[in-house]
Design a protein around this ligand. Structure first.
Ligand SMILES: [Zn+2]
Length: 69
């Protein structure tokens, strides 16, 4: 069921998560990362606004970077 905009604003907790695509620089493994996870890394890495944090690849422990599509 789709909600209209006015109803969405009254129910902030029902706002769907945003997902970010990340790709490993080594094994090119790709995954979708939820916004709350990216936010947590953003603050822990002290990133500047507009800069995406890097994650660790679960396959090879190399660096995963945000893929802008
Ligand atoms: Zn990897």
């Amino acid at each position: 069921m789709l909600m209209d905009e006015s109803r969405k604003q009254k129910l902030p907790f029902n706002t769907p998560s945003q997902w970010y695509k990340y790709r490993c620089i080594s094994c090119v493994y790709e995954t979708q990362v939820e916004d709350i996870v990216v936010d947590a890394y953003f603050f822990s890495q002290g990133c500047k606004k507009g800069v995406y944090p890097t994650l660790t690849c679960p396959k090879c422990n190399e660096v995963m970077k945000y893929v802008d599509e």
